[in-house]
Design a protein around this ligand. Structure first.
Ligand code: GLU
Length: 333
C-alpha cells in the first residue's frame, strides 16, 4: 500500500516534470516562451504622465504574467529622446515616445540627423500631449516674446519637450541660445525650481492633468499657463504635420491664475519598441491593453476621452508584427 502510494507520488512528479518541460519548450502552448521574460518600459519623470502610463501598461500584462511567462517593469527616464536611444541600444525593450520624436528618429531627423533608426517600431498611441508652458505671475511673461532676458527651462537633452520648445521659439523668430537663459533641468525638478525662483517659466510636453503642474501651481508663488498661438503657430503646424492645435483645460489646475482654457499645440504619446523584441511579447502587451481598454482608461485621467481607434493614429515607424497580429485578429487593421 505504502509502496504503491510512493510510486503514485513519483509518477505524478515525473508527469509534472515532463509536462513542465513540454510547456517550457513552448511546443505544446505555441506562444509561451521557454523562460520567464522580463521587459522594461522606459517612461519619463515621476511627476509626468509617462511614468504612470508605463505602470498602467505593465499592470495590464502582469495580471497574466503566468499565462504569458512575462513580467513588465517600469523605469523613470529622461523622456522620449532617451527612450528611443535606449530601445535602439537594447537597454530597454519598450519606451513611451512623443509621436514627433518617433517620426524624427525613424526618418533620421533632429537628434538623429542622418542616422535613421530603422529598427524602431510602433506599438500603439496613447494620450494627447500639449506643449505646455507655465510661468510665474511675477515674471510678467504672457507670450513667448515676453521671455526675452528671462530664465526658461526648455528641458533636459533626453526629453521630448526640448525640441518642441526650440521649434516654438524658432517659429517666433527667437534664438534660444541668445535671447534668454535656457536651462536644461529634468521635468521632475522644474516645479520646485519655479517655486524656488530659479526659473521664470518651464516647458513640458505632457498629458493633463499631471503631477508636475499640480505641484508648480500649489506653491506660494502664483503661476499661470502661457498661450502659444498666432500665425506663427499655424505656420508651424502647416509645415510639420505631427503638430496639431491643442487646449489645456484649466479646470484641471484650480490653483493656476488663468481664468480660461489655454491654447497651444501638441503631439501624442506613443509606445515604441525595437524590431528585435519578439512578436510574442509585443502581441501580449498589445492584446492586454486593447482587451482591457475600459480598465486601462480608469488608470489615469489623461486617458478620459480616449477611444480604441485613437490608439492607432499618429504612428510613423512601422507597426511591430506582434502588434499587427493583434490588430488583424481584432479587425482593427
Ligand atoms: N513628453 C515628455 C518627454 O518626452 C514626457 C512627458 C511625461 O513624462 O508624461 O520627455
Amino acid at each position: 500500500m505504502k509502496k504503491s502510494l510512493l510510486s503514485l507520488v513519483s509518477l505524478t512528479i515525473i508527469l509534472l516534470l515532463v509536462g513542465g518541460s513540454v510547456f517550457a519548450g513552448g511546443s505544446a502552448e505555441g506562444d509561451k516562451p521557454a523562460a520567464k521574460q522580463f521587459v522594461t518600459i522606459g517612461t519619463g519623470g515621476v511627476t509626468g504622465v509617462y511614468y504612470p502610463t508605463g505602470g498602467a501598461i505593465s499592470k495590464m500584462v502582469n495580471k497574466k504574467s503566468d499565462e504569458y511567462n512575462l513580467k513588465a517593469t517600469v523605469e523613470s527616464t529622461g523622456g522620449s529622446v532617451y527612450n528611443v536611444n535606449a530601445i535602439m541600444s537594447g537597454d530597454l525593450e519598450f519606451g513611451i515616445v512623443q509621436s514627433d520624436r518617433q517620426y524624427q528618429a525613424y526618418e533620421g531627423l533632429a537628434e538623429w540627423e542622418g542616422k535613421p533608426q530603422e529598427d524602431l517600431r510602433a506599438v500603439f498611441s496613447i494620450h494627447p500631449e500639449s506643449i505646455s508652458v507655465l510661468a510665474t505671475d511675477d515674471s510678467g511673461i504672457d507670450s513667448l516674446m515676453d521671455m526675452k532676458g528671462k530664465v526658461i527651462n526648455i528641458g533636459n537633452p533626453g526629453s521630448g519637450q526640448r525640441g518642441n520648445a526650440i521649434d516654438a521659439f524658432t517659429a517666433f523668430g527667437m534664438d534660444y541660445e541668445k535671447d534668454f537663459k535656457a536651462e536644461g533641468l529634468q521635468a521632475a525638478e522644474a516645479a520646485g525650481a519655479l517655486q524656488d525662483g530659479q526659473i521664470d517659466a518651464y516647458f513640458y510636453t505632457v498629458g493633463h492633468p499631471n503631477g508636475s503642474f499640480k505641484e508648480a501651481t500649489a506653491g506660494a508663488k502664483k503661476a499661470h499657463f502661457v498661450n502659444i498661438t498666432g500665425a506663427e503657430v499655424d505656420a508651424l503646424i502647416e509645415m510639420l504635420p505631427y503638430y496639431a492645435h491643442s487646449t489645456i483645460a484649466i479646470k484641471d489646475y484650480p490653483n493656476a491664475s488663468n481664468t480660461s482654457d489655454v491654447s497651444t499645440f501638441g503631439v501624442k504619446a506613443t509606445l515604441c519598441t525595437s524590431a528585435s523584441v519578439s512578436d510574442e511579447v509585443v502581441y501580449a502587451i498589445t492584446k492586454e491593453v486593447f482587451e482591457n481598454f475600459e480598465d486601462f482608461k480608469k488608470l489615469h485621467p489623461a486617458y478620459a476621452t480616449l477611444e480604441k481607434t485613437d490608439l492607432l493614429a499618429g504612428l510613423s515607424a512601422p507597426i511591430h508584427p506582434g502588434a499587427m497580429k493583434y490588430y488583424e485578429e481584432a479587425g482593427l487593421k
